[in-house]
Design a protein around this ligand. Sequence first.
Ligand code: SAH
Length: 392
Amino acid sequence: MCSALLHYDSELLKVLERVYGGEVAGFLNSILSPGSRLYVRVNTLRASAGSVMDGLRERGVEAYVDEELVEALYFPVKGPFKVDLLDKRIVVDKRAAESVYMGANVYAPGVLSCKDVKKGNEVTVVAEDGTPVANAVAVTNCEEVLKARARRGIVAETAKSVYKAPKIRELPEYQEGLIYPQSLAAMYVTHVLDPGPGELVVDACAAPGGKTSHIIEYSKGGAHVIAFDHSQKRLSELVSNLERLGEERFAEVWQADSRYLHIDFPWIRADKVVVDPPCTALGVRPKVFDFKSYRDVKNASRYQIQFLRSAFRILKPRGILVYSTCTVTTEENEEVIESFVEEVGCVEVLEIGIKRGARGVLGYKYSDAFLRFHPHIHNTSGYFIAKLMKMC
Ligand code: SAH
């Protein structure tokens, strides 16, 4: 395989070959890098992308409005740069490693170990598998922070990272709720859903709220949104995101197992439902390293179809169901939709017809109707979107 950082078993690589043929190496390489654009969505209830861009540029932050989506703003990503291997190291978890890799500072919750690191020390920040992601300067005696009961705040300031883009969460625009970090491909989900005023829209796997908040903004606060997720921790992130964006009054937020919405919330008759379930996330970039097997793909696909079944049952006749994932296997995408359509019968696969991106992987009944983004081709994350209509 082309990279020692992506630990995918041979069966999973075979699956990827079915999707990408001779381009598998190109695909695997692309997910190790962030792509040349880092996107945020502008909260159009509060500002336009142009005005946010102007404000950023006045402070010397290079930003551009996307060519097609008026709410999408991007920052050019610089790099890759070489990181120095120093004696002192801070080891961080995968999630932290992937943001420090892009230039974020090192925060206490992501730190796994930092032996003998004292305030002022220059360090190499490494991921769990030892991959170096940045050089940083410790701003605290790190080991003491790890012993503290409430672990909070910055442990080290990043000086040089493999890739460099603005630290989004530290921008005033982020704190003021003017922007939300979201990949360009993910923004297309709400465009495909096209939620309008007065519609009841259910977001079945909603946390941390990227699509929920986009639905609210896209419908100018006119849609009635119900956001479900089963993770209490992630739901509290969703609520604080909605509060930061000033949108909490537009959504009802419920903890639920969304495989059983039709049983626990039988009175819901939604105009539109979005199902954005857990997936193998093979399209998410950048990855510092990754461990996945074909078994993960099979488990995910068995789980994913269960959300569709329940979503279907809370939809009105002629209601719209949009299914999306941030992964690239046909098992979790084309095949989930195909099995679901065969199983329920009275559902139509609608053609998405967005010009950007590509259609589904060839060889499936509805390949032409789907929307896909390929990281090595479209300079985005890897993404899949399908649109269905309930016909009974
Ligand atoms: N749509 C979100 C991202 C969703 S990620 C956004 O755009 O920001 C998938 C989510 O599914 C996770 O938050 C996870 O907690 C949730 N999830 C997993 N299993 C679930 C279940 N059985 N019921 C409800 N939510 C579930």
